[in-house]
Design a protein around this ligand. Structure first.
Ligand SMILES: Nc1nc2c(ncn2[C@@H]2O[C@H](COP(=O)(O)OP(=O)(O)OP(=O)(O)O)[C@@H](O)[C@H]2O)c(=O)[nH]1
Ligand SMILES: [Mg+2]
Length: 202
């Protein structure tokens, strides 16, 4: 069962995936990376190393789809999930072939995922920055409303200045959509995200 994590570049998708894996009890992650040529390779990384090597303030960082197997307890039952981290999607269709290909792969996974985290940076709402929520996000929210998969709008970076106000705007825009504020850094909101996952999978 896939948990697809998508959104614009630099919004914190990869850090969210790593720290959520840690929150769910993983000490290291086994990362399956899908190379551009369609081959996949696997690497084991400690959490610290994963953060150091996979997360960056310079976008675009994640260039190919990469996933981590997670196990979450649902009552006494264990649920296996594959968290799928994806390259950031900007506005419009990219010029470069490989970037377009990765975008297509990401959107393809959207069709088969059981759970979708659409990540936005709450501290950049209304700003003129590549990672600020914009037309791509509004369109994805509409899609989320009508998607078969369970869709969650994750408002990340709630530890940063301006995020509270950003969250207010997002809530207005996202009426009828479930939205949870988190910080992938401080792990604030992770308990709510986990409860949402458990409720949804129950
Ligand atoms: N303050 C703060 N910084 C965050 C948070 N989440 C991520 N960051 C930072 O934002 C930057 C981007 O994080 P990534 O996890 O690499 O973002 P991404 O969405 O995977 O980026 P791409 O792979 O380029 O699409 C890094 O410098 C992170 O440390 C957060 O909740 N709060
Ligand atoms: Mg990334």
């Amino acid at each position: 069962m896939d948990l697809l994590i998508l959104g614009k570049p630099n919004v914190g998708k990869t850090l969210l995936m790593i720290n959520l894996a840690a929150y769910l009890g993983l000490r290291e992650i086994q990362l399956d990376v899908e190379d551009a040529d369609g081959r996949s390779r696997s690497l084991r990384l400690g959490l610290e190393r994963a953060r150091r090597e996979l997360v960056s303030m310079r976008a675009p960082k994640t260039l190919t789809v990469q996933s981590v197997g997670l196990e979450a307890s649902l009552g006494r039952q264990k649920v296996r999930l594959v968290a799928v981290d994806t390259p950031g999607i900007g506005e419009g269709i990219p010029d470069e072939n490989h970037v377009r290909h990765q975008m297509a792969l990401t959107l393809e996974r959207l069709m088969s995922a059981a759970l979708v985290f659409h990540v936005v940076d709450a501290s950049t709402v209304g700003m003129r920055r590549v990672e600020a929520p914009g037309p791509f996000d509004w369109a994805l929210m509409e899609l989320g409303r009508n998607m078969a998969a369970a869709y969650l709008l994750v408002a990340n970076k709630m530890d940063k200045p301006g995020s509270q106000e950003g969250m207010r705007h997002l809530k207005e825009r996202a009426r009828g959509i479930t939205i949870i504020g988190v910080s992938a850094v401080t792990r604030r909101g992770f308990r709510d995200v986990k409860s949402w996952m458990m409720r949804t999978l129950a």
